[in-house]
Design a protein around this ligand. Structure first.
Ligand SMILES: NC(=O)c1ccc[n+]([C@@H]2O[C@H](COP(=O)([O-])OP(=O)(O)OC[C@H]3O[C@@H](n4cnc5c(N)ncnc54)[C@H](O)[C@@H]3O)[C@@H](O)[C@H]2O)c1
Ligand SMILES: O=P(O)(O)OC[C@H](O)CO
Length: 341
């Protein structure tokens, strides 16, 4: 890649820009919604709001003008909150080079349309699905920013484009793998946020490692069931985009979703938890769209259903856990995704 635009200056967009530059992309321009954040990045060489301790490489600059960022970019990276993608991209679509690769970093499902982020990109930008890559995996931005070693996945229907993006972010601290299962990789990233909310609630309520392991394992089971119903390869969920990201997000106090779940578990209301959270905990909105998506294909997602009730119907998290334990008993059947287990 010669020139990359990173649209969104949150923690992941900023850390991803560093990875692109460290991997050898000569020009990386971050677009920030607030011009003062762009100015701070240009002048002070840090993103003061999101990653104040990470120095931006020389190849990275920032602007508040999306057209300036996108101009001439052969890689356009989308890193805004999922529910804002449609409106933002509508303003950017006409600026994107006809052969540019679009890479989505977002982990959510759109409310209302129930579309994955790459589907929104295809629809709004009017591009072929082969031009859209998804980058997802166990990638807590502060750890990548600190050059802590991690794997990630670049999923794309066109394996040549997946390899282009793979090369563009391959550094001594980030090891990308390609995958052609876009559906599975995206669902892994979106659903793990919801399971991490449940995990955070369990942590705050004082539950131990048995509870936590059960939530991770059954959370992965319902993710794989949804994936199988939507045409994903069930084995994707055993990889970095599935189990890897789920474990990282649930285990890490750096996770916004797990932290938000802990706040709910301590008895805070949705509004109180939102007021204390400056960054996006995608699972709070995506629990609604993922629940609806599962229902639309007749898949049971009991943890997701309970998380939605806690977040949006004020259900006591302890009652949500009790409801999960009171479900009808059944065989486990690991590795055999079906709709209703
Ligand atoms: N932070 C991470 O560790 C991480 C890692 C992997 C994936 N992701 C995913 O990447 C996406 C972006 O997350 P993030 O952590 O970089 O930042 P974020 O979600 O907290 O916010 C992204 C940026 O978008 C801006 N923003 C907020 N509302 C906006 C709007 N209406 N229009 C345009 N911009 C707006 C914010 O100011 C911020 O600069 C999310 O989908 C997230 O799940 C995050
Ligand atoms: O901070 P979270 O909960 O949005 O998680 C960040 C990343 O998705 C982890 O891979």
């Amino acid at each position: 890649m010669r020139r990359a635009a990173v649209l969104g200056s949150g923690s992941w967009g900023t850390a991803f820009a560093k990875a692109l530059a460290d991997a050898g992309t000569p020009e990386v321009t971050i677009w920030a919604r607030r011009p003062e954040v762009a100015a701070a990045m240009r002048e002070r060489r840090v993103n003061p709001d999101y990653l104040p301790t990470m120095w931006l490489p020389d190849a990275v600059t920032a602007t508040g003008d999306a057209a300036e960022a996108i101009d001439g970019a052969d890689l356009v990276v989308l890193a805004v909150p999922s529910q804002t993608l449609r409106d933002n991209l509508a303003g950017w679509a006409g600026l994107i080079d006809p052969d540019a690769t679009l890479a989505s970093l977002m982990k959510g499902i759109e409310l209302g349309t129930l579309k994955r982020m790459s589907e929104v990109v295809v629809e709004v930008a009017g591009v072929e699905p082969e031009r859209v890559a998804v980058v997802t995996g166990p990638n807590l931005a502060p750890e990548i920013a600190a050059e802590q070693v991690a794997g990630t996945v670049v999923a794309c229907r066109d394996i040549r484009r997946a390899e282009l993006v793979q090369r563009a972010i391959s550094t001594r601290y980030l090891r990308p793998y390609t995958n052609d299962d876009v559906v599975g990789c995206e669902l892994g990233g979106a659903v793990k946020n919801v399971i991490a909310l449940a995990y955070g609630m369990a942590v705050a309520l004082g539950f131990g490692d048995n509870t936590r392991a059960t939530l991770i394992t059954r959370g992965l089971a319902e993710t794989a069931r949804l994936g199988a119903a939507l045409g994903a390869n069930p084995m994707t969920f055993a990889g970095l985009a599935g189990l890897g990201d789920l474990v990282a997000t649930c285990s890490s106090p750096l996770s916004r979703n797990r932290t938000f779940g802990e706040q709910l578990g301590r008895g805070e209301t949705l509004e109180q938890a939102q007021a204390a959270t400056r960054q996006t905990a995608e699972g709070v909105k995506s629990c609604l769209s993922i629940r609806d998506l599962a229902r639309s294909v007749g898949v049971e997602m009991p943890i997701t259903e309970q998380v939605e009730l806690v977040c949006h119907e004020n259900l006591d998290p302890l009652k949500a856990l009790a409801a999960l334990m009171a479900r009808e008993t059944k065989p486990e059947r690991p590795g055999v995704p079906s709709t209703g287990q």
